[in-house]
Design a protein around this ligand. Structure first.
Ligand code: NAP
Length: 302
């Protein structure tokens, strides 16, 4: 039996439209309603036909839903929760896909009954955004972390987990705070570093922009993919997961200073040990199916 029969997606960008497309492909009998604050996105969603219905208000989208998933930037979660509160059926579950969980849980429960709120985070995405960027297979083989609250209905938690399994994801449960710490190191810090490096290269005076672009295959271009991620989404992530990110950044700065010292004093052993350890981490990621083993990230070389 399907975990939900009437699903509403609010925010029809990369993640929301991917969920809608995946529901259509893998649970075709589910009725899917969508809403987005942007009239242009609503129009695009209607043309792309990944939802049965696209409503002009958030409230109208949830009136007969049994699952509502908020796919808006983290900073917009509270406003959407307030918009749907009066129309939400008493037996509906509200979930979300936000990249930070403690702040989103607080934002949702400020407006909605805590028993109905079951936050989640699919750890899958691309650097693209908008309704055209979504695709049905985005979540296949990726992790979705469900972060129930103390008051979350346990049956609802299992139904949300089953929903994500049906979309092809593997599901793990975590406390919201722990999620935020894990993601601070695996996702948020790498994005901050990429934004910094690409910005630094852009600000250089002795090296021209055309030289940076021309010789980017030396490593720089792999950072540019991450640094091309949506600025609104990432602004909100750093503001919402402030403590965990600052904690990880502090550790990162200390480790960077150690490497700086090793370079300054010609300590090749320290550098070699660090690089050998990190190479093994890359191998584990490939072994666990979280990336392709193809050389150079699978780029074609003719
Ligand atoms: P996106 O492509 O920019 O889509 C977000 C959509 O939400 C946009 O169409 C936006 O419209 C709309 N929106 C903004 N405020 C709204 C409101 N108050 N009511 C209704 N719609 C509103 O972003 P995304 O990448 O799908 O990210 C959505 C969520 O997924 C974020 O919380 C993010 O943290 C999470 N997430 C992202 C990724 C990733 O890799 N991208 C991965 C996992 C989780 P406008 O464009 O007009 O503002």
């Amino acid at each position: 039996m399907l975990p939900f029969a009437r699903v509403t997606v609010i925010g029809l960008g990369l993640i929301g439209s991917s969920i809608a497309r995946a529901v259509r492909d893998y649970m075709p009998s589910v009725r899917l309603t969508g809403h987005d604050a942007s009239p242009a996105v609503r129009e695009a969603a209607r043309a792309l036909r990944f939802a049965d219905d696209v409503t002009d208000t958030a409230g109208a989208a949830v009136t007969d839903a049994d699952l509502v998933i908020l796919c808006v930037p983290v900073g917009a979660m509270a406003a959407v929760a307030a918009e749907i509160a009066d129309e939400l059926p008493a037996d509906a579950i509200v979930s979300d896909v936000g990249s930070c969980k403690a702040s989103v849980a607080a934002a949702l429960t400020a407006h909605l009954p805590p028993a109905q709120v079951i936050p989640a985070h699919p750890v899958a995405g691309t650097e693209q955004s908008g309704p055209d960027a979504g695709f049905a297979t985005l979540f296949r083989g990726r992790w979705c972390i469900v972060t129930p609250l103390a008051d979350s209905d346990p049956t609802g938690v299992e139904r949300v987990a089953e929903f994500w399994r049906r979309l092809g994801a593997e599901v793990e449960q975590m406390a919201p705070d722990h999620h935020d710490l894990v993601l601070a190191v695996t996702s948020h810090l790498p994005h901050l570093i990429a934004y910094t490096i690409v910005g630094t290269a852009d600000d250089l005076e002795q090296v021209t922009e055309s030289e940076v672009i021309k010789f980017s295959a030396g490593g720089f271009r792999d950072f540019t993919r991450i640094a091309a991620s949506d600025p609104v989404m990432w602004r909100d992530v750093f503001l919402s997961n402030k403590d965990a990110v600052l904690d990880m950044l502090q550790r990162f700065s200390e480790d960077l200073s150690q490497l700086q010292r090793a370079i300054r004093w010609g300590d090749g052993d320290a550098l070699y040990d660090r690089f050998a350890r990190t190479r093994a981490i890359r191998r584990s990621i490939v072994d666990q199916g979280q990336d392709d083993a193809a050389a150079d990230f699978g780029r074609k070389h003719d």
